[in-house]
Write a protein that binds this ligand. Sequence first.
Ligand code: CTP
Length: 424
Amino acid sequence: MRTDSFCGGLCEVKLQKAEGDRMLQGKTIILGVTGSIAAYKAANLASLLKKQHADVHVILTKNAMQFIGPVTFETLTGNKCLTDTFDRSHPFEVEHVELAKRADLALVAPATANVMAKLAHGLADDMLTTTMLACDCPRLIAPAMNTRMYENPATRDNELILKKYGWKVIQPAVGHLACGDTGKGKFPEESLIVGHVLNEIAFAKDMAGLRVLVTAGPTIEPIDPVRFLSNHSSGKMGYAIAHVCRMRGAEVTLVSGRTSLDAPVGVTVVPVDSAQEMFEAVTGRAGQQDMIIKAAAVADYRPAVVADEKVKKSDDELNIELERTQDILAWLGAHKGERQILCGFAMETEHMVEHAQEKLERKNLDLIAANNVKVAGAGFGTDTNVVTLIGAQGVQELALMSKEDVAVKLTDELLKIRAERISK
Ligand code: CTP
């Protein structure tokens, strides 16, 4: 009986996670692949876009087909590839301009020096360049080539022209290149390119112009050079909030304790260790923020004395004297700007709503997101959460959902509170 209900809970958690990966649902993306050795990596890129439920249409240049074939992309995307092979049965061979018209985003990845030159100068002599010339949606390009070709003044100029014409250039990475050289020109991680795509089209830009500070992860409080006190926070909730705010167009600063997570694309990360470091990083930036969302699990106590050398064991009991850390959120509440919106989190194990309501008032917050770590699918380390939003407008219980979906609901609520505040 116990096992059944436990398994049922886990299955539900998995289902909810899958639902969180639909950020490009309903979006049409053209992925142009050119003849760089990195062309094979575009298969993973197409697959990652598809996993976000995008409708992906791949155009391969003749040179790209020397490295990878259309069948790979057709299998991954479920759409016929556009190539320069004459094919009477394929409607897009004559109607590719229709695809350009309905695309939400065009992405050329990897882009060779040759295709950069052609796109910069409006040349349209194959399926890819013809289609790109007809696109007026957001356009991204990810150059990948030998460093010397990338640094060549002609390629530099072409990149500037592309930017002038509205292309956003995803900078290549620095590293060991296929030709044996080391330098700038490497195809960036596919997940990073997807991050750029999400920032462009996943959400309406209803947070544009807003500066948002988010905190995430645990703090660590040193005992001696070897040991510290900390907690189980993975940082996933705070990172999801920072990511969603960025996708909605905000300028986001993420003050983060130590986590194993990748920084969301386009978010400024300020790494910290201790509660005191987080206090300084947050309070030093608070005055410039329209919204502050404190998802970090901050230590309430730290060792009163940090030993300079490793504490050696003895047969006696060891007592460590602890002293209080600053309550960052309480400080923010006491110094809140007139139009600033302040949101805290409350992690409880009992009397969740009462405790969270008390924190909302005591810390002068506009909203508090309460969760009970004992509920399946909520709290530390999971990809899901079960959250109750509490504010002046009342108590809103959210179902079990992915942390990204919680972040969307939370930011929806904060935008409502801000709109009311401004209309007063
Ligand atoms: N918080 C903070 N600084 C601290 C402790 C907590 O900014 N020193 C913030 C957390 O980031 C969170 C909120 O306060 O947004 C609530 O944290 P929580 O640990 O649930 O509550 P506490 O206020 O620490 O109260 P208690 O430990 O008694 O539940």
